[in-house]
Design a protein around this ligand. Sequence first.
Ligand SMILES: NC(=O)c1ccc[n+]([C@@H]2O[C@H](COP(=O)([O-])OP(=O)(O)OC[C@H]3O[C@@H](n4cnc5c(N)ncnc54)[C@H](OP(=O)(O)O)[C@@H]3O)[C@@H](O)[C@H]2O)c1
Length: 270
Amino acid sequence: MPTLGFGVFQVADEQTEQVVTDALAAGYRAIDTAASYGNEEAVGRAIAASGIPRQELFITTKMWIQHTGEDTARREFDKSLKKLGLDYLDLYLIHQPMGDYYSSWHAMQKLTGEGLAKAIGVSNFYPDRLVDLITHNDIVPAVNQIETHPFFQRHADQEIMRGYGVQIESWGPFAGGKNDLFTNPTLTEIGDAHGKSVAQVVLRWLTQRDVVVIPKSVRPDRMSQNLAIFDFDLSDDEMAGIAALDTGKSMFFDHRDPEMVKWLGGRRVD
Ligand SMILES: NC(=O)c1ccc[n+]([C@@H]2O[C@H](COP(=O)([O-])OP(=O)(O)OC[C@H]3O[C@@H](n4cnc5c(N)ncnc54)[C@H](OP(=O)(O)O)[C@@H]3O)[C@@H](O)[C@H]2O)c1
């Protein structure tokens, strides 16, 4: 899969077609969406209008908790595919480790057999849930998309995933700007040394760690900036400086918090 893609979480449906059109024009070829983002149709319109050959694109979407289960997962996959205007997906993810996701996984394994999903994976799985899913199924998730940024670095989780051949993919690479990430002194100093922005330093740090990234921006200048990260390298000292920023905690919420599990489980997306 491409190391660097583009995410469309919290991009309003009416804005998404233009934003994805701009991202494809900037050079992105991997797009990450989800049924729960409510913008799959707009992503699909932008893909169709772009004229880019399908095989050059890498499209990911995700199944929401409400639709877990074997039959419902299959129906939901078909719905997402139709909304996106595609005849196969490059990557289909279980969005959260909640609900009847074992049954979903059975359905998803069949989708790969039929060639309808080139790869299947998961999101927001802590290592215990990931290893359990792997232990009791045939296909190992290709990807686990998890919150990963300078304040929540996931080194130990990444090592476990590496051991099972699961690719780590970062969501929220900039921690959504929380904890003053864009003015962090360590990141700013490293950026200044390379003539790069804090955002570029963060994306370079992640990709240098073999973490796949899917930054989101609605601004074309930032889309281009976030792509220009492969013309410099961070030194071991710089990597160590960033490693020291880890708090080991989420900047958003804990997927193992019972109140959050209850809230997410009750969230309806259509
Ligand atoms: N699986 C999951 O549960 C999950 C959860 C969250 C996200 N995701 C995926 O991960 C993708 C990325 O995460 P995210 O969108 O939450 O957060 P993010 O990429 O960490 O941060 C996006 C924020 O950073 C700003 N930004 C982007 N580039 C910038 C730059 N070069 N300089 C300064 N500011 C910049 C954006 O503002 P502007 O748009 O105004 O530029 C936006 O406010 C999502 O779009 C989605 O596809 C998945």
